[in-house]
Ligand binder design. Structure first.
Ligand SMILES: C[S@@+](CC[C@H](N)C(=O)[O-])C[C@H]1O[C@@H](n2cnc3c(N)ncnc32)[C@H](O)[C@@H]1O
Length: 244
């Protein structure tokens, strides 16, 4: 048997010398079909709304010269709540990151319908965008809403909330900036709380030392409204970056 790890396109990564190493990602890329609206949006609106990972570091201040606050959202899905937030806060510059191409298309189509100019998006792995494109100390808030919970224990290693990820968020936030998470999966909320409580350089904003009520700026999703009726819970966590 060879010592080489088994190859898997969803986990593949190559070193500079071209050697294959396995990387565990928080998503499995599925080539979902694009609707006509999504593909047209990607073709015609990418110039206006898209950000290129290969362009390297991008100062949010330069991307949104008239904004006074900068927010990054990781895994925005179809972008409904991100577009609504951008519409409600025109002085905030929003950067969204999503790997699901139909979601990126839907988001920029909606942003264009709403004539939004304070939102830009990456179609790329957020872990890599954070490392290579976002300057340290540049963000007022990072949002992670309903990340894939990876229910099965054997898949927990794919959960995006883990110490290295939390540390890279801390680096990108300004002092006093907030990492805001929400999940409808109780076991994941407990995992988030444990990881965040153990992470250096953060202070929990919850008065009870655990969760916070949903802040008004996070729109209620359709799925969440239905969940409330069925008695399902949603847990919000907000942790502030403390002084170095
Ligand atoms: C369960 S969905 C939630 C979507 C949205 N936030 C919502 O509340 O409807 C999680 C999303 O995160 C995206 N995602 C997972 N890992 C990611 C990563 N490393 N970088 C960018 N997007 C990611 C997935 O493609 C998926 O669309």
């Amino acid at each position: 048997m060879s010592d080489e790890p088994k190859r898997d396109v969803n986990q593949a990564e190559y070193t500079e010398e071209g050697k294959y190493v396995r990387k565990i990602r928080s998503f499995v890329r599925r080539e979902g079909r694009l609707t006509k609206r999504q593909s047209q949006a990607l073709e015609l609106l990418w110039q206006q709304y898209g950000l290129d990972y290969n362009a390297g570091m991008q100062d949010p201040k330069a991307l949104f010269p008239t904004a006074d606050t900068y927010v990054l959202e990781i895994g925005f899905g179809m972008g409904k709540s991100l577009v609504e937030m951008a519409k409600n806060a025109p002085n905030t510059g929003y950067i969204g990151i999503e790997v699901h191409r139909p979601g990126v298309g839907a988001c920029i189509a909606d942003a264009n319908d709403e004539t939004i100019s304070n939102l830009k998006v990456y179609e790329y792995d957020a872990v890599e965008v954070l490392a290579d494109c976002i300057p340290d100390g540049s963000l007022d808030r990072v949002q992670l809403f309903f990340p894939d919970p990876w229910h099965k224990k054997k898949h927990h290693k794919r959960r995006i909330v883990k110490p290295e990820f939390i540390e890279s968020i801390r680096q990108k936030l300004k002092v006093g900036g907030v990492f805001h998470m929400a999940t409808d999966w109780e076991n994941y909320s407990e995992h988030m709380l444990m990881e965040m409580s153990e992470a250096p350089g953060f202070k929990n904003q919850s008065e009870t030392g655990d969760f916070v009520p949903r802040p008004e700026h996070r729109p209620l999703t359709k799925f969440e409204q239905r969940g409330h009726r069925l008695g399902h819970g949603v847990w919000d966590l907000m942790f502030e970056k403390s002084a170095e």
